[in-house]
Write a protein that binds this ligand. Structure first.
Ligand code: NAP
Length: 265
């Protein structure tokens, strides 16, 4: 979709970080926006900033763990402007805990938020795309969707799962003009580490040093929109760790040696 002007985009995780930055980037492309997260007040803040730029948006709060509510929420998203052209499945949560200290309830919560909500939204919006002659789904995976990383077993699993689902979606509905972009950012300077789930089920509560050195959410959002406009299937975004993907692909033994030396933080 080269020209996004007057298209309608639905963004999850729109209250913060990459999702919020996506909203402003899409606004400058001329899109109408449907904004979702679980924090109505934060979404209203984003809506008023968008409105000051002359962008129309509708706030649609819901909890991504409430999978049963998603078909009804998707209908509301569609009726906000009469149609949805693009969905950004971006809302998500990270993790900071070793495998043995992670209760299965935490694994499930991370899978619900990062994987099941995303596929439920996709299944709910797909009939609308097919009726409209197509649409584009962009999903925010991570470099952690391409290799394992300490303290992030469930997070990595949820992001890997997205690749399996969305690569299949793309193949199954290619002829129906359903486009898929899987964005894999390296570290981005957002609240992701602060909000990450610790072993006790509470937020980790810290801005990790390496997180703080990440690229800006604005740079990340620009790269995602560029990839969507170019109809890229997978896009690696950001810092030096992107090289790890190529090392894993071409020199797997070296990759596994290097990743074993990573300090768990
Ligand atoms: N930052 C990075 O380094 C990085 C790197 C690679 C991939 N990513 C991915 O980028 C995406 C956005 O993360 P971010 O970095 O922008 O982090 P963030 O600032 O913490 O934003 C996370 C967003 O997800 C929403 N969310 C979380 N749990 C939710 C729930 N149960 N119900 C509804 N909304 C929920 C949050 O909304 P509330 O207002 O409801 O909390 C917030 O808008 C995530 O999928 C993350 O995995 C981030």
């Amino acid at each position: 979709m080269k020209d996004l002007k007057n298209k309608t985009a639905w963004i999850t995780g729109a209250s913060s970080g990459i999702g919020e930055a996506l909203c402003y980037e899409l606004a400058s492309e001329g899109c109408n926006l449907v904004l979702s997260s679980n924090e109505p007040e934060e979404l209203e803040r984003v809506k008023s900033l968008l409105s000051a730029r002359g962008t129309k948006s509708v706030v649609l709060p819901f909890d991504l763990t409430d999978i049963d509510s998603i078909p009804g929420i998707a209908q509301k998203a569609i009726s906000s402007f009469g149609s949805i052209d693009l969905v950004f499945n971006n809302g998500g949560i990270s993790q900071r805990s070793m495998i043995l200290e992670t209760p299965i309830a935490n694994d499930r919560k991370i899978m619900e938020i990062n994987y099941f909500s995303s596929i439920a939204i996709t299944k709910a919006i797909l009939p609308h795309f097919l009726k409209n002659g197509g649409g584009h789904i962009a999903v925010t995976s991570s470099l952690s969707g391409l290799f394992g990383f300490p303290l992030r077993s469930a997070y990595c699993a949820s992001k890997h799962a997205l690749h399996g689902f969305y690569e299949t979606l793309r193949i199954e509905y290619l002829k129906e003009n359903v486009k898929v972009t899987i964005a894999c950012p390296d570290r981005v300077r957002t609240k992701i580490s602060v909000n990450a789930l610790a072993a006790n089920g509470k937020p980790h509560g810290q801005m990790d040093a390496r997180q703080d050195k990440g690229i800006t959410p604005e740079d990340c959002a620009r790269a995602i929109i560029k990839a969507v406009k170019k109809n890229k299937i997978v896009v690696l975004i950001g810092g030096a760790e992107r090289i790890s993907v190529y090392i894993k692909r071409y020199f797997p033994s070296l990759f596994y040696k290097l990743i074993s030396k990573v300090k768990p933080t």
